[in-house]
Design a binder for this molecule. Structure first.
Ligand SMILES: [Fe+2]
Length: 263
């Protein structure tokens, strides 16, 4: 199967990019399944709300993953349990965390498990993603292919996570930094890996936000309220992964980018 993964959808611009251009991207790459990280898709760029989630799904996304901003918009508690194609990082501690950290969907008769985990380096202290992911994969014996969105900050943690799972999952793709990395590759055991898929939204700001408040924060070390950049170019960033349905291993992985001024 061919998986199209879309990096962090930021604000109204990110959602509109999917509404306006995901069809074109899918025409070009012809994926059987499309997954997007939606943890920054509210108009403020923090968390997800039901309107943004529905627009992302209507644009042609099959499953939405989240990350450290999963709970930033509290409305999520009203719909995460009923939306089976919306998943949050698996490794939040505690037994009563709403939602779930993985889902299994049928892609033309092939069972694809989609997992969401969060890293711990320079991030909140969630439960150990390495051992929990390994344990979960062991329990998902039905799945033919396994895709993991690893929402993490540090490149070292992302690569270590992918190498730890090499051969046990089809792909590990990183999210969270909003900067697409240039290291897409197949690891020796057959796991496709990309450190970060990049961002879907305003291409010319500060990781999706307006420049001035972010720069000001570096200058005076005071907290600042960021706003999503609404003008300039829009981009859809992500990657395409070809997976052998029989072995569950990746055959090919490559980054993709679509800028609205180049369409
Ligand atoms: Fe994040």
């Amino acid at each position: 199967m061919r998986i199209l993964f879309i990096g962090d959808v930021v604000g109204n611009v990110g959602v509109s990019m999917l509404t306006d251009y995901l069809g074109k991207l899918k025409q070009e790459y012809k994926p059987q399944v499309t997954i997007a990280n939606g943890e920054n898709s509210t108009p403020m760029g923090r968390g997800i709300n039901l309107v943004a989630y529905k627009k992302i799904m209507s644009a042609g996304v099959d499953v939405v993953t989240l990350g450290n901003h999963a709970w930033s918009n509290r409305d999520i508690n009203d719909f995460i349990d009923s939306e089976k194609r919306l998943i949050r990082p698996f490794n939040f501690p505690g037994k009563n965390v709403p939602g779930k950290g993985y889902t299994i969907i049928n892609v033309n008769g092939v069972k694809l498990a989609i997992l969401n985990f969060q890293g711990r380096v320079f991030m909140d202290n969630l439960d150990d993603p390495f051992s929990l992911c390994e344990q979960l994969i062991g329990e998902l014996k039905d799945a033919d292919c396994v895709f993991v969105d690893f929402h993490a900050e540090a490149t070292s943690e992302k690569l270590a996570f992918a190498k730890y799972l090499d051969g046990k999952v089809s792909a590990v793709v990183g999210t969270h930094t909003h900067v697409q990395t240039n290291d897409a590759r197949i690891l020796p055991g057959g796991t496709g890996f990309l450190t970060d898929a990049g961002m879907t939204g305003p291409a010319d700001g500060m990781l999706g936000m307006q420049d001035d408040t972010v720069i000001q924060r570096f200058l005076d070390q005071r907290p600042a309220r960021y706003s999503v950049k609404e003008d300039g170019r829009g981009v859809i960033s992500g990657c395409v992964i070809d997976v052998d349905d029989t072995t569950g291993h990746a055959k090919k992985i490559k980054p993709v980018n679509l800028f609205d001024n180049e369409v």
